[in-house]
Ligand binder design. Sequence first.
Ligand code: MG
Length: 232
Amino acid sequence: MATSKIYYGCKLSVFFVSLRINFVNSFSLMKILAVGWNYLDHNKELNQGILPKQPVIFMKPETSLLRDNKPFFLPDFSSQIDYETEIVLRISKMGKNVSEKFADRYYDAIGLGIDFTARDLQNEFKANGTPWELCKAFDNSAPISQFLLKEDFNLSNLNFSLNINGETVQKGNTKDMIFSPEKIISFVSRFFTLKTGDLIFTGTPVGVGPVKIGDHLEGFIEDQKLLDFSIC
Ligand code: MG
């Protein structure tokens, strides 16, 4: 009896040790890339009215994702959180140095996302020439919708919009992108290996603005409501 207790005790401790080793060695396998200044009218509204020569890229970590229309809690480190409504691409296979010609083979679905931005911090960082992570990549700064197969949409002419408290505050069309999804994928894959499950936020059109506690946000691709959540 005592021997079997020791035997099972050892088995259990080996199990927990291996669980711990697996946990220590586990890490996130996805990344979120985002494009800034990809719609000229938006660039103008933020006094950035020049055409960028190449995509302006920043990243958000997995902890920035907010799914299933869960509420967004305003963080205490900013006095101005702005919404930026964006079409999001879901990468469907690994790619490195992808040519623009074949880039459409590397994503299979699109969704709608909000690139929440701590605008007051971003203005400071822009003035000082310092990185954007703190104003762009904070927890829950990337609410995303469910994803829809891209075959069902014409991504070169796709309307999307955001309502706040029933009023349309932002409307865009992908035809106004400065850099197309294919150009973006080709460009970023020179620097970052794309992996299945990575997401790319493709930039926001004109009409960004602040959110406040109690606001109700509804996001649409064409007439389909994909985002529906509140600010707390
Ligand atoms: Mg953005």
